[in-house]
Design a protein around this ligand. Structure first.
Ligand SMILES: Cc1cc2nc3c(=O)[nH]c(=O)nc-3n(C[C@H](O)[C@H](O)[C@H](O)COP(=O)(O)OP(=O)(O)OC[C@H]3O[C@@H](n4cnc5c(N)ncnc54)[C@H](O)[C@@H]3O)c2cc1C
Length: 333
């Protein structure tokens, strides 16, 4: 059987587990390449604990080079932003077009605040985590020479924003400073969580004196200042964005079928427009089966990704497999 080229775009949570599985149980006839901008992936669920100091930032990093070696996978450090699905080619800066037979996309989402003047320059998106961690560490090390009351704003009050507000609040206190943390959202605080979780989080935010500013619109962001539409100004030593969760723009320049910018996939994790393209994690949406964007789904997708890529390569009929939540399935031929 001729070797098939599998290219993994993005070293995300599905792909790290796919690589682990490929290392433990290689799929015959596959030549694998991972293209991702950075050599490490921050394990998302442990980030708050690292902010608190329970783990070092090193401890929450997953080494993509080691993992790729284990899976006998070549690794290229680049961000993909152009693919041609007809020609089955990926275009990377200063390289000849990179061919593939099967593609798997796991690139996460973008936390840059959209359409707010000054946001790109004066706020820090929580993703990529490596950039956020770099800025956070710099901020913490400068606290020694800063004022006593530390003002910090987090834009986006979903689960991630609420969690960040609480652990940053705790961290600043542990450094002997007084935190004044604003949690800002154009909608409700923790609005997308089930009622029980939402109430618990609201209770914790209140207990910790986090200042909640919901249902407000930001008009612009300047250095250390958030301008609200009603002309209020919120001063902040650091402005973080945990809002948005927008799909990466370059996906819309491909021929892939997208829904609201996310790759439309079936329960077998295959693009509904191109069966040789798999997608998983935050960048993809299962048609007729909406799930929240969360690392846990990216992780759960991995065994199905492995199984389905294997089935695709060997075109073998196998029994349908379903997860306990009946979200993902394996493909049959
Ligand atoms: C503060 C915070 C806490 C969170 N806590 C939890 C939690 O406790 N539990 C939970 O389930 N979820 C949590 N989440 C959500 C979780 O981070 C995401 O759902 C999860 O990371 C999605 O995984 P993914 O594989 O889709 O993408 P990611 O883990 O974001 O990985 C994407 C990968 O693709 C790479 N990449 C990006 N663009 C390109 C490109 N153009 N070309 C090539 N590679 C690219 C990136 O460098 C990265 O390696 C949290 C989020 C935040 C912000």
């Amino acid at each position: 059987m001729a070797e098939k080229k599998l290219v993994l775009i993005g070293g995300g949570h599905s792909h790290i587990l796919l690589l682990k599985k490929l290392g433990m149980k290689p799929i015959k006839g596959l030549n694998i390449t991972l293209i991702t901008p950075e050599p490490e992936l921050v394990y998302t669920g442990m980030l708050p604990a690292a902010i608190l100091g329970s783990y070092s930032f090193d401890q929450i990093n997953i080494d993509l080079i080691k993992l790729s070696n284990f899976a006998k996978c070549r690794i290229i450090f680049e961000a993909v932003n152009k693919i041609n699905l007809n020609k089955k080619e990926i275009y990377l800066d200063d390289r000849i077009p990179f061919g593939f037979d099967i593609l798997s996309i796991d690139i996460g989402i973008n936390y840059q605040l959209p359409n707010i003047s000054g946001a790109e320059k004066f706020s820090i998106p929580v993703k990529p985590f490596s950039n956020f961690i770099h800025n956070w560490r710099k901020f913490v090390s400068n606290l020694t020479i800063k004022k006593n009351i530390i003002e910090l704003s987090i834009v986006g009050a979903g689960a991630a924003g609420c969690e960040l507000a609480l652990c940053i609040n705790h961290k600043i206190k542990s450094l002997g400073r007084e935190p004044k943390i604003y949690l800002i959202d154009k909608k409700e605080i923790a609005g997308n969580l089930p009622a029980k979780a939402k109430n618990k989080i609201l209770e914790l935010l209140k207990e910790n004196k986090i200042i909640l500013r919901n249902n407000i619109n930001i008009s612009s962001i300047a250095k250390g200042k958030i301008h609200i539409e009603d002309s209020e100004i919120i001063s902040s030593d650091l402005i973080l964005s945990a809002a948005g969760g927008k799909p990466h723009n370059w996906l819309s320049e491909t021929d892939l079928n997208l829904k609201n910018g996310f790759v439309s996939i079936n329960q077998s994790l295959q693009s509904i427009s191109h069966d040789f393209v798999f997608a998983s994690g935050d960048c993809a949406s299962i048609i007729n089966f909406p799930t929240q964007k969360a690392g846990v789904f990216a992780v759960r997708a991995a065994p199905f990704l492995y199984q389905n890529i294997q089935n695709y390569v060997i075109k073998k009929t196998i029994k349908k497999v379903q997860s306990s939540e009946k979200i993902f399935t394996s493909i049959n031929y």
